[in-house]
Ligand binder design. Structure first.
Ligand SMILES: [Zn+2]
Length: 68
């Protein structure tokens, strides 16, 4: 998946102020585009199991894209 950034739709990244809330927050891997729902953000990096044909990739918190 190719991520296209335009002036109109700025990509929002997770930062230290991001809150999951009661329903969690959908976040998207910047490498493979796969998204999952995070229910808390008390981590600094998360393993993406969908990246590159099953090769596990650590993705730093502030690299995750807020998908909703
Ligand atoms: Zn990934």
């Amino acid at each position: 998946m190719t991520l296209v950034i335009t002036e109109q739709e700025r990509i929002k990244f997770v930062d230290r102020y991001t809150k999951a809330g009661r329903e969690g927050k959908l976040i998207k891997c910047p490498h493979c585009g796969d998204s999952w729902r995070a229910y808390h953000f008390s981590w600094t990096a998360v393993l993406c199991r969908h990246c590159v044909d099953g090769n596990e990739t650590w993705v730093d918190k502030n690299q995750w894209i807020i998908a909703e």
